[in-house]
Design a protein around this ligand. Sequence first.
Ligand SMILES: C[S@@+](CC[C@H](N)C(=O)[O-])C[C@H]1O[C@@H](n2cnc3c(N)ncnc32)[C@H](O)[C@@H]1O
Length: 188
Amino acid sequence: MAINIYRKIKRNITEDGLIVSSSGFLVNTMVGKIDFSRPLRILEIGSGKGPFTREIIRRMSTESVLDVCEIKSEYNPWIERLMIANPHKQVTLHNGCVTELLNTPETYDVIVSSLPLKNFERMKDQNAFLNRLIEGFKFALKEGGIYLQYQYFRSNKADIERVFGKEMDEIDFVPLNILPAFVYSMTK
Ligand SMILES: C[S@@+](CC[C@H](N)C(=O)[O-])C[C@H]1O[C@@H](n2cnc3c(N)ncnc32)[C@H](O)[C@@H]1O
């Protein structure tokens, strides 16, 4: 029993980059930075079981469009349940790597990312994937659009600032989360 729990926690950390789903405090801090008063095209990346998806769907207008991207199909049922419960909201689930959605310039007003960027540093390609990813975010954001990302330990802040060519607009600290997290806001 204890071994199974330990294995699950270890798998969550190495594969997903987290121990449990993000807290309501983290979700509200991050989603609270989005101006929902106008129609938006939003990309949410790494939805997992959908703590951010639920809140974005709740706040978005019926004219707004949400693309949810999650590489693991085992999380599909959580997102599909939210889509079924909100048929009047324009939500699409993409099952795959987010790089497939970052090929069209100036597409999104908002990118909300839960991707564990730090984990990508361990890949054999010496950060090529990490750089391609951040460059893809900048490419796919509209001028004036906002990229929101949470990370633990302020990691990858310098990578994001280098690619966007400017300092982070804001960094918020959310202690009430496992683990305490930093929320990065970067406008293009
Ligand atoms: C840290 S978890 C976040 C889950 C949830 N959003 C939360 O905050 O509780 C990161 C998620 O990103 C997904 N992910 C990892 N690499 C991805 C990729 N290249 N494209 C899309 N999703 C990815 C993982 O499967 C995982 O569900």
